[in-house]
Design a protein around this ligand. Sequence first.
Ligand code: EPZ
Length: 414
Amino acid sequence: MNGLRRLEGTLRVQGSKNAALPILAAALLTPKSTIHNCPDLSDVAAAIHILEDLGCRCCREGSSVTVTADSCPQSFIADSLMREMRSSVVFLGAMVARCGKARISFPGGCELGPRPIDMHLSGLQKMGVFIRDDGGYLDCRAENGLHGARIALPFPSVGATENIMIAACTAKGTTEIHNAAREPEIGGLADFLNAAGARIRIAPDGTVFIEGVKQLHECEYTVIADRIAAATYLCAAAVSGGRLLLTGADPGHLTACIPLYEQAGCTVHIREDAIELQAPKRLGALPIVRTMPYPGFPTDAQAPFMAMSSLAAGTSVFVENIFENRYKHAGELARMGADIKLEGRVAVVEGTERLHGASVNCTDLRGGAALVVAALAAEGETVVREIRHIERGYEALEKNLSLLGADIRRVAED
Ligand code: EPZ
């Protein structure tokens, strides 16, 4: 990539990765489901691979994926597939609901510090699942079927909320999830399951009530817009000094991010399903940015915002409250001239006027996107390696940026 090109134009934001993944797992409970606006990403391909391995038929036509799960699927996911991504664990709830048993190993995913699955497991145990650790595999059984339960999560875990919601759809009785995650992707999953005949209600305080039904039926559903991809493109436009009209976005899902662009000096116009951002001549520093469960500032947007603030006039401070080790990109940004000091959960970013090109490695999905954002504003050439991380979550990133005016191309490595 060669930096210092101003981004200008209109971009339609992709469907949400983190909404599509649990929906694909939940598709196991329906005889047939068609999922529109399903982003074409390596993590989505990994979920489809798991579905096929379980015996489902999957077919992608453009941005629509149809999953046929009319016969009873397998209940085993091989370790190699489990390791491909973290959200493979959400298949657990779907498999025990559909087959009464499941055998999986511990999931992989971005290295962001320890990522236990204790809340997933204890929620499912309350619903009647017996779990045995069998040499790295979890042997899960619900021979008498699942039953409703009152589950209070110690932390509003996104994945645990999703796993329990999926498992509860066809359980006997009603399940309540207290202190459930409130991310928009949870609402998306509920909408998909309800379209298939589930009875899920989310109370205004976020408590999820799931009244079990006998079975789910065929359905069609359109995945919500990806709020993190949207936030990343807005950061890209902001650092380039450009102007971006982002269509197909849901501004209501970005209420914690939009004021930060404004604080940095950007002019932001909100429409019903579009966001327009005009960058200032020089970005200003951010107030203290604390990552929090939704509706707080999303941990997934921390890295792109850090890239943006590394070019601001002044000092910005980040506090990462969700994951223990989500600052790996800071060292790579430093190779491009960013001045970032880390202490535990806190990162202090002294903005510099200019970054310079460098050879950098993606450390994880959002960290990788942050390097691309920084490279857009760096003098000279940046080579971003290990882009397989970026491919997990951003559809056609380099094509989109180059249509907006960036000098970016993908080259195969030997
Ligand atoms: C989801 O991960 C997202 N992934 C992540 O997006 C996102 O960063 C995260 O939610 C937080 O918003 C998907 O939706 C596929 P959690 P998830 O369970 O479900 C701890 C991205 O970049 N925890 O809410 O794994 C956990 O260790 C990704 O797109 C337990 O201790 O997140 C973490 O510290 C990466 N025990 C915190 O809770 C558990 O049983 C939040 O995790 C579960 C979680």
